[in-house]
Design a protein around this ligand. Structure first.
Ligand SMILES: Cc1cc2nc3c(=O)[nH]c(=O)nc-3n(C[C@H](O)[C@H](O)[C@H](O)COP(=O)(O)O)c2cc1C
Length: 375
C-alpha cells in the first residue's frame, strides 16, 4: 500500500522518538513492556507515561509521586511557566550533526539531562533504585540517588554503569553525615547535592490524605529527618572534608546563591523541590534568570521542576542553566515499566531536545543562548 509523505513522516518521527538514539556511535534499542497497563497506546511523550504508571501503581504510591505542598500551586506553576515561554525558530542552518554533550565538574554527560533525587523508589516499583540506575545507564544519564533510598547506596553503585551523584539531607548527627559522605566517596559517587529547601517538612496535604507511609530504609539513621538548625556553617563543614564537588539543591533566592558561593559550593541546583515543600514560591524557570545574574558564571547552575518537554530543556539552557534534572517523569516511567520505562522517558526527552536544537538552528549546547527565546 502506498504511504503518503505525511504518513511516512509520522512513522519516522514516532520511531525515532520511541525507540533508539545514536550515541557514541552506538544504537541502543529500548524494549518497553507496559502490557499489563490499562492503556494499549505506546507512549510518545513524557506525559503519556502518567496513565500507564497510574494503572500499575498502588494508589498510595501514585499519590506520593504526584503530591505537592498545600494547594499544589507551585507544582502547577513549574509546568505553566515553561508553556508561557515562546521559542524563536531559525531556518536553513546545517543541523545534520548535533552535539548534545556537556561537561559538568569534569564529568562528560551525553545530554544535559540528569535524574533528580527521589526518595523511596521501591514504593513506585519493586526494583526501586536499581531499576532507575539501570534505566539511566541505558540512556547514558547520571542519576542522583536520594539519601532516603530504599536500596543501600553501595548496592546502587554496584549496579551502576553511568555516573552517580548522592543527595544528602543535613543530619543532626555530624558523625553519621561524615560517614555517609565517606561511604559515598568509597562507592564511587562523583558529586554531593545537599538539599537545603526542606529545613522543615511542608504541609503535604495530599500525602496526609492518602496516608502515605514510606517503606523501611536500609540506613534508618538517615530518615531522622532534616535538621531545622542547619546553617551556612554546616555547609562549610561538609565542604571542608568532602573530596567530591558539593552542590546545594533548593536555592531560588539570588541572595542565598551569593551566600552559597561564599561557602565554597561547586554548583547550585535551582529547585523548589518540585513544589513539594513550600507552596506559592515561584516556578524555577522564573527564578533562574535572577540567580544566573547573581552567580555570573562563577559556578554551574542546574535547574529542575516542571520539565516535561525537550523544548523545556532548551529554554532552561537558554536562560543559563548548564543542565536540568527531571523528577516525576522518570518515576512515572519506572512505575509503568521498570528500568525500560526510565530509559524510554530519557530517550524521548533527549530526542525532543535534539529536535528543539535543530529547529532553533543550534548544533551544540554551548550555542544555546537567550537568542532562541522569542522576546
Ligand atoms: C516522589 C518524589 C520524591 C522526592 N524525594 C526527594 C528527595 O529525597 N530529596 C530531594 O532533594 N528531592 C526530592 N524530590 C524532589 C526532586 O529531586 C526534584 O526536585 C523534583 O521532583 C523536580 O520536579 P519535577 O518532579 O517536576 O521534575 C522528590 C520528588 C518526588 C516527586
Amino acid at each position: 500500500m502506498p504511504v503518503t509523505r505525511r504518513q511516512a513522516l509520522i512513522s519516522v518521527g514516532a520511531f525515532a522518538a520511541a525507540s533508539a538514539l545514536p550515541l557514541d556511535g552506538q544504537t541502543q534499542v529500548v524494549s518497553f513492556d507496559a502490557t499489563n497497563a490499562q492503556s494499549s497506546v505506546e507512549p510518545v511523550c513524557l506525559t503519556d507515561f502518567e496513565p500507564l504508571a497510574k494503572a500499575k501503581m498502588q494508589p498510595m504510591a501514585w499519590e506520593y509521586v504526584n503530591a505537592g505542598a498545600a494547594d499544589e500551586i507551585t507544582v502547577r506553576w513549574n509546568k505553566e511557566a515553561y508553556q508561557r515561554i515562546r521559542l524563536k525558530p531559525h531556518v536553513l542552518v546545517d543541523v545534520s550533526h548535533l552535539d548534545t554533550r556537556v561537561s559538568l565538574f569534569g564529568q562528560e554527560q551525553a545530554f544535559p539531562i540528569l535524574l533528580a533525587p527521589a526518595a523511596a523508589q521501591k514504593l513506585v516499583h519493586p526494583d526501586g533504585e536499581l531499576g532507575t540506575v539501570r534505566g539511566a545507564a541505558a540512556a547514558h544519564a547520571t542519576m542522583v540517588l536520594s539519601s532516603f533510598s530504599t536500596t543501600r547506596l553501595e548496592d546502587v553503585s554496584a549496579a551502576a554503569k553511568s555516573p552517580l551523584w548522592l543527595q544528602l539531607y543535613a543530619q543532626t548527627d555530624h558523625g553519621f553525615a561524615r560517614e555517609l559522605v565517606q561511604r559515598a566517596q568509597t562507592a564511587g559517587y562523583r558529586a554531593l547535592c545537599l538539599t537545603v529547601d526542606a529545613a522543615v517538612t511542608g504541609p503535604r496535604n495530599r500525602e496526609t490524605r492518602a496516608n502515605v507511609k514510606l517503606p523501611p530504609m536500609p540506613d534508618p539513621e538517615v530518615v531522622k529527618g532534616a535538621d531545622p538548625a542547619l546553617t551556612w556553617k554546616d555547609v562549610e563543614w561538609l565542604r571542608s572534608f568532602a573530596k567530591i564537588p558539593l552542590l546545594l539543591k533548593g536555592v531560588l533566592n539570588p541572595e542565598d546563591a551569593e551566600r552559597a558561593l561564599n561557602a565554597g559550593v561547586a554548583g547550585i541546583i535551582v529547585s523548589n523541590h518540585g513544589g513539594r515543600n513550600f507552596d506559592t514560591i515561584p516556578a524555577t524557570i522564573d527564578a533562574l534568570p535572577r540567580v544566573v545574574e547573581k552567580v555570573a558564571g562563577r559556578v554551574p547552575l542546574l535547574v529542575d521542576g516542571g520539565i516535561r518537554r525537550g523544548t523545556d530543556v532548551l529554554k532552561a539552557l537558554a536562560f543559563g542553566a548548564s543542565a536540568v534534572l527531571i523528577g516525576r517523569p522518570y518515576l512515572y516511567g519506572l512505575g509503568a515499566a521498570g528500568e525500560a520505562g526510565v530509559t524510554k522517558v530519557l530517550n524521548i526527552l533527549q530526542h525532543e531536545l535534539q529536535l528543539a536544537m535543530a529547529l532553533t538552528g543550534r548544533t551544540n549546547i554551548a550555542s544555546i543562548d537567550r537568542s532562541v527565546i522569542w522576546s
